[in-house]
Write a protein that binds this ligand. Structure first.
Ligand SMILES: [Zn+2]
Length: 331
């Protein structure tokens, strides 16, 4: 009797043990299956995400329909609408006048001006060309200049007149930043009588116009935008008593840049080239007057009537490429 009861006890204990082991095994199997499922779905999600985000940043359109996942399509569609205006993924560099990518080829305006003025020794090493455009922005010539720069894959610096900054040019300024160019100031009114009455600089007026233009630019490009680059209408070289105006600008972290080569597109009519070939030749000849072969700041204009400048620009860019120049922007 006693031994039979013991045997029954043993048998039931074994049953409990078997049940326990079975339960543990089942839980373990379920856990493994769940883990495997989770990993496989995550992998699929990652695979779908990669093409979605690359197509959104590179082509920004058309491929949206080929993306299968609804979530991926939604995210790429929303990206498409924001990247149409600014193709580049490089955002504005806070406190600067260009985007992050342009930092690789942005040069100090003060240093460039000092070299041009003979205050510091000429550059050695790389030859650097700064293409500069004054008097914009507008919806006629400025976009055409941007198209030529894009086709030739070179950056430029745009010296903008503050009172041109209406709503219609806002996408153009955003495009300038997105495509790796730099934005600088060229006064608010471009009125010689206000800026230089009697040919003498009015420091108060000049400082005021710098503030107005900076504010107008920030209104379009955001509070993170700040340009420390200025070009005096007519050029610093053309006016008298500029020390106080220079100091007022310097206090705001702003420095001016003149030029040491030019397309001649704003010369008096008798001296102004009238077709692309003549303008390219004029630009090439303007260089021989200056000794520094390593640094070129080329004065051009993107005012609304500068069709010849648009036509001549590919040849002017090619001239610098042929002479071993790299292209920079002024910051
Ligand atoms: Zn001007």
């Amino acid at each position: 009797m006693g031994s039979r009861r013991n045997q029954r006890k043993k048998r039931s204990r074994r049953k409990v043990q078997q049940l326990f082991i079975g339960t543990v095994a089942l839980v373990a199997i379920l856990a493994i299956v769940y883990l495997a499922y989770t990993l496989s779905t995550q992998g699929k999600a990652a695979q779908q995400k990669t093409p979605a985000s690359t197509t959104a940043t590179t082509t920004a359109s058309s491929t949206v329909s080929t993306i299968e996942s609804t979530a991926a399509t939604m995210s790429s569609t929303s990206e498409t609408t924001t990247t149409v205006e600014s193709e580049s993924t490089s955002p504005l560099l806070a406190g600067k006048n260009h985007n992050e990518a342009a930092a690789a080829y942005a040069y100090s305006t003060q240093e460039v001006q000092n070299i041009m003025a003979g205050v510091t020794p000429p550059m050695t090493g790389d030859r650097i060309c700064f293409l500069t455009f004054d008097d914009g922005a507008n919806t006629t010539i400025t976009p055409q200049i941007l198209d030529v720069l894009k086709a030739n894959d070179v950056p430029a610096t745009f010296f903008i007149v503050g009172n041109t900054l209406g709503e219609e040019v806002q996408p153009i300024l955003k495009r300038q930043i997105a495509e790796g160019h730099a934005i600088a100031m060229h006064s608010y009114n471009h009125n010689y009588d206000l800026l230089y009455p009697g040919r003498k600089a009015n420091a108060t007026q000049i400082a005021k116009e710098a503030d107005q233009t900076q504010a107008a630019l920030q209104n379009i490009l955001g509070k993170d935008f700040y340009t420390g680059v200025w070009r005096y209408p007519g050029g610093h070289m053309s006016w008298e008593n500029l020390a106080a105006a220079d100091a007022a600008l310097n206090e705001k972290g702003i420095h001016y840049a003149d030029w040491n080569a030019m397309s001649g597109d704003a010369q008096p009519l008798g001296d102004r080239p009238t077709d692309a070939a003549a303008m390219a030749a004029y630009q090439a000849n303007s260089i021989t007057e200056y000794p520094d072969v390593h640094l070129r700041v080329v004065l051009m204009h993107d005012a609304a009537d500068k069709n010849v400048t648009v036509a001549a620009l590919p040849a002017i860019i090619q001239f610098y490429k042929d002479h071993g120049f790299k292209f920079g922007v002024l910051e």
